[in-house]
Design a protein around this ligand. Structure first.
Ligand SMILES: [Zn+2]
Length: 173
């Protein structure tokens, strides 16, 4: 069985948790809103999840957030998003499940359509027209700080920029 990223290292005994430094880094790179909590750090592509390194181990941001809130993730389990927002690190929006459920869940909810989710705490406010969205996609380079830069350029929120950019991946999924 293929394990998730965080379960790979040091899997004997209790799975290791994050260092104190990593927890503070996680918090520093999280923007809390009334809906989703947005990861503002590095994004791993093409998966579209936030990630970071902690003492040589790689963590997906949402897995780290779940582990900080709930404890170690059992080997073989995945941290899934109720909100279908891969950059969300709000513990209440996350749940543990086997991979097959994660995939089925995403398919049944039709991941990709922003606004297609019923949970009222889910942040799907940005509304931009297709023309602007196309320009945002064209201008996105994936460089550090790009979301903020494009948000300033286009006069929208950085989360709106994220929605647009991530939509590109979802469409091909
Ligand atoms: Zn969320």
């Amino acid at each position: 069985m293929k394990l998730g990223l965080a379960a790979g290292a040091g899997a004997v005994g209790a799975p290791a948790l994050l260092s104190v430094q990593a927890v503070s880094r996680l918090r520093a790179r999280t923007r809390v809103t009334d809906g989703c909590w947005w990861w503002t750090g590095t994004i791993r592509r093409p998966q579209g999840y936030g990630w970071f390194r902690d003492d040589g181990r790689r963590w997906y941001a949402h897995r780290a957030a779940w582990a900080v809130a709930n404890g170690a993730i059992a080997p073989g389990l995945y941290v899934c998003h109720r909100c279908d927002n891969r950059l969300c690190v709000r513990p209440e929006h996350l749940f543990l499940g086997p991979h097959a459920d994660n995939v089925r869940d995403a398919a049944s909810k039709g991941r990709l359509r922003p606004g297609g989710n019923a949970d009222p705490s889910i942040d799907r406010r940005p509304k931009l027209n297709a023309e602007i969205a196309g320009e945002v996609r064209a201008a996105f380079t994936g460089a550090w700080g790009d979301y903020a830069r494009l948000a300033r350029t286009f006069g929208v929120s950085s989360q709106a920029v994220r929605d647009i950019v991530l939509g590109r991946h979802y469409r091909h999924g």
